[in-house]
Design a protein. Sequence first.
Length: 129
Amino acid sequence: MIIGVELTGQSITLAESFEDLGSLMAYSGLSIVGSESQKSAGITDDHIFGHGKIIEIASQLISTSSHTVIFDGELSAIQLKNLEDSLLNVLPSGMKRVNVLDKTAIILDIIAQNSKSAESTMQAELAIL
């Protein structure tokens, strides 16, 4: 499932950005099962979405039996952790696993998949970590 925030004054539309992310995901062997977005004037340093949007995202995860959320953009470690924790707090007990990734993680995964040497594979894996 892909999620994103359309920021005020952003030069690229969220639809264009989602299309780009979809292409990256397809190249990586992933498919899109749903999407959620939100318009915002800005993103805080620690949280991306409010409680209502978290519930909408969790509802789509449940209905699609998906466990992976990919944010269209780059998130800090605390934003990734808080998004994952927020989703886990509202998901039913039977779905207590969710992976939250960002666009950068997908790009690094593609690089790792296409690495030819052991050294380049290790560098890509280090970058992912």
